[in-house]
Design a protein around this ligand. Sequence first.
Ligand code: AMP
Length: 285
Amino acid sequence: MIIVRNPDRLDALLQERREKGKRIGFVPTMGALHEGHAALIRACAAASDFRVCSIFVNPTQFNQPSDFQTYPVSRPEDIRLLSGLPADLLFLPSTEQIYPNGLAGLETYDLGYLDSILEGAYRPGHFQGVCQVMSRLLTLVQPDELFMGQKDYQQCMVIKKLLRLMNLPTRFHTVPTVRESDGLAMSSRNRRIRPEHRPLAPLLHRALQGIRRGLSRGDLGPLRKEAAQMLEQNGFVVDYVEIADAENLQLQHHWDGNRPLVALAAAFLGDVRLIDNLLLGNAQG
Ligand code: AMP
């Protein structure tokens, strides 16, 4: 695996591959890698000829400075894990290389209602930051294939919108969520869960499974309320439990028995914020 820090070197290496007709696959990450990231890299390897992974902890997508400061960083372990995976190139840029003109006055993106619901509502500015880093990375890598995780369901929708706004031909692939054996969705932030909270963490997934089991035509309010109450009773501080159209993420309060749905939740366990989602009904994979 080649490790590259400099964008000009990255460009030269990728150009060489493109000239040989290789399809470039891309997996962007913020590091502290785990089996969820590994699944993205394996999916990327199956669908492209030259696989690029990036690690960059993007300061502009953190709406809480403390979350940025405490975000786990483990470069030597990350490089070790990547070396055992079918990744061909690791791009490790600095903040100056991603944002050469500084962090002030960066472009903003018209994401419509995606920017104001769910994560957009609870983490103001988060998706603008995600688009700022992704537009730079996509311009540098120009991937044929892009791989992102279903765990960040709304982020997948935002990036599909960004690809349209940037008029890029990149094909988007959503990779299913990888979970611990007890159901907890893998996440870099799980490293920060306190040991006494860890047994409770899978309840977030269980709450969504409860919604899936209880789903029936009609009012969705009681299902959402029951899931949120179960979490609160077990010590979570809930930001939201919502049910949305799986295709456009419009929030749903009634179900007609046909529309594909996704249940999404975000909640704090101590000072660690966990998110998860589950496809329901006809959207179930
Ligand atoms: P992050 O490093 O957290 O920014 O995540 C980088 C990519 O990995 C994003 O596309 C995430 O959605 C994806 N990802 C994170 N956790 C998981 C998981 N448990 N299963 C599948 N993909 C994941």
